[in-house]
Ligand binder design. Sequence first.
Ligand SMILES: Cc1cc2nc3c(=O)[nH]c(=O)nc-3n(C[C@H](O)[C@H](O)[C@H](O)COP(=O)(O)O)c2cc1C
Length: 333
Amino acid sequence: MSHTVSPLRIGPIEVWPPLVLAPMSGVTNRTMRALYKPFGLGLTVTEFVSSNALKFGSKRTMEMIDQHGIERPVSTQLWGDDPQTMAHAAKVVRECGADIVDINFGCPAPKVTKTNGGSACMRDPDRCEAIMRAVVAAVDCPVTMKMRLGWGEDRLVYLEIARRAQDAGVRALTLHARTARQFYKGDADWEHIARLKRAVEIPVIGNGDLNDAHVAMRRMRESGADAIMLGRATLGNPWLIAQIRDLMEGCDARPSPSAADRLRYAIVHYRAMLDELGEARAVPQMRKHVALYLKSVPGAAQLRERLMRLDRADDAIALVEETIARLESDLAA
Ligand SMILES: Cc1cc2nc3c(=O)[nH]c(=O)nc-3n(C[C@H](O)[C@H](O)[C@H](O)COP(=O)(O)O)c2cc1C
């Protein structure tokens, strides 16, 4: 079968397939990325890491940037508003194994924007440029940047910041096609991704609301994006990644797994998180994941309620196993 899309090239790094897992704070830790990568991702990105926090190098922060695992290539994302602090942080993450350093100009969360980080940087394109130039000068690997359309509807600065990024030596751009003020409301407007693609020569990664394999491929084709990035829709459904990869490889998209198979994988995911993080940290994180794997299982709402009350991993896994047995006996009947 011949491929239907080309690899993404980020400087000297070739990414195949051009399918990227979105950075998601509190979600895309190393275990999660390693679990999802084999479904068919070309590139994974860490949760964002505060450049300020890297000055202190706490154990938790260092764990977030340790990139000596199995995924290659991997990108480490940084946020902050000070060019020199960002440059220092970039050097540290590069030493800790990042193949790519990604700059976050997209986060709308108040804890980030109140210190002018994330999407708040987009209110000051000069500052964005200074940060990008400092980071590019600090490392010997490609630097990329992820942004939104702008702070608010009244000032969509993504094209201006993209051109400055290109001039500063940034090697690829991701656009989540919403404004910061929108948070996650409304729809991502892929027309802006098409506009960005026409405005710059460096690769563009389109992001926002991709939750179906055929729609994702259509969005990529119509916008001209060089790659697509998937976030929320992969949670509890990593098979979406495999379906898109199938289409990129010129095959039919594989069918979605049965509910019982989804839940069997939820247990694999649970055990991997337990091994890596221990029970106290894995249980709260796995509540949200299992809740998503349970989506569309009959009685999901009650199961989720029970799950939220369980504090022990064994009990949560037993609940999932019991659900699988029920699904199978329903099927047999
Ligand atoms: C829980 C969560 C955490 C996120 N954390 C980050 C982050 O650390 N860095 C970042 O650039 N974007 C972050 N995002 C935004 C996603 O990367 C992505 O741009 C957004 O979810 C839109 O893509 P989607 O519609 O495919 O989910 C986060 C999104 C969610 C839902």
